[in-house]
Write a protein that binds this ligand. Structure first.
Ligand SMILES: Cc1ncc(C[n+]2csc(CCOP(=O)(O)OP(=O)(O)O)c2C)c(N)n1
Ligand code: SF4
Ligand SMILES: [Mg+2]
Length: 306
């Protein structure tokens, strides 16, 4: 595939077929669609229990037009490592990607992912972070942000979310990046790079989810953009020990753009209805975002290009 630099270059070939079972406005389906366009036919996917294992279909039918192996909830990175090893002994060079939800990554699959990264397994790991266990009825996960309603946090979550990117850097990952399909060229740029590299590559994708986040499906792209523009989601890339902000986040980091007030992001989503009622809670939310930015500016300073 030649390099995609603008929307016009996106390949027409589809590997996620129409008629799959994702909800309208599902950002995970968008991410899967585009990552498969980037990786192409010579790819094998493994998926633990999550929305994707449902939407890709029930045996013997599937909506994914490359080999796909379902695996147990905790083992996506271990399964991907094994598939890659199997191809290696057969002398085949195949792109192997695990695509998992946040529950299957931040929580239950973190041991397998940590081990695969530490061993520098030659795999890509895409976590689509919809910030809760959606497939089983919207329960909180370690990725659910402060204040978000879920069925197990009816008054809003009282804890902060885990920072998987930071954990992966500390774990020694060679390539880590954050993306969201709302900024599609940034998404293409990072996955094209991930495809060309060897070793463990972890990409963390903010994946708005209309039923879980309680918004009209037509707002998916706007919500992803607002997440970045308010600084609630930071776009960055960590490659061979060098950290850099990308896209709109780079403009914020360099002082060329200002973060929008977080309220504009929160008020579009029913899951934050408790926060929106309280001025203090909105201010606290803004403080959390500002603190997270301070942390990432320090990370950028520590891991700058020498
Ligand atoms: C060991 C185990 N525990 C629980 C489940 C039930 N289960 C299947 S999918 C799922 C939620 C997955 O959440 P996440 O990884 O965030 O993906 P999403 O549903 O949001 O796409 C759960 C709890 C299971 N399949 N296996
Ligand atoms: S519940 Fe959310 S993540 Fe799951 S298919 Fe629907 S929109 Fe996508
Ligand atoms: Mg999830």
């Amino acid at each position: 595939m030649s390099k995609v630099k603008s929307i016009k270059d996106i390949p027409l070939q589809e590997y996620l077929m129409p008629g799959h079972a994702a909800c309208a406005g599902c950002a995970m389906a968008l991410a899967v669609r585009h990552v498969l366009k980037i990786l192409g036919r010579n790819t094998t996917v493994t998926v633990p229990a999550c929305c994707l294992s449902v939407i890709q279909g029930i045996f013997p039918k599937t909506a994914v037009d490359v080999p796909l192996k379902n695996t147990a909830f905790a083992s996506a990175a271990a399964m991907a490592s094994g598939i890659k090893a199997g191809y290696r002994v057969q002398g085949k060079n195949v792109n192997v990607i695990a695509i998992a939800g946040d529950g299957g990554t931040y929580d239950i699959g973190i041991q397998a992912l940590s081990g695969a990264v530490e061993r520098n397994e030659d795999i890509i790991y895409l976590v689509y972070d919809n910030q809760a266990y959606m497939n089983t009825g919207i329960q909180r996960s370690g990725a659910t942000p402060y204040g978000a309603w879920t069925t197990t946090t009816p008054k809003g979550k009282t804890e902060k979310r885990k920072d998987l990117g930071f954990i992966m850097i500390a774990n020694g990952a060679r390539y880590v990046a954050t993306v969201t399909p709302s900024y599609l060229m940034d998404f293409y740029s990072k996955f094209q790079k991930a495809k060309e590299r060897k070793g463990s590559r972890v990409v963390i994708d903010l994946s708005p989810c209309p039923p879980g986040w309680r918004y009209d499906p037509g707002f998916t792209i706007e919500i992803g953009k607002l997440a970045v523009q308010t600084g609630a989601w930071i776009l960055w890339e960590f490659e061979d020990g060098v950290f850099q902000f990308t896209g709109f986040s780079k403009m914020i980091a360099e002082g060329k753009a200002k973060k929008k007030p977080v309220e504009s992001y929160l008020k579009l989503q029913g899951r934050f209805k408790e926060i929106i009622k309280s001025k203090e809670k909105i201010e606290y939310y803004q403080e959390l975002i500002n603190e997270n930015w301070e942390k990432y500016l320090k990370i950028a300073e520590i891991y700058k290009k020498k």
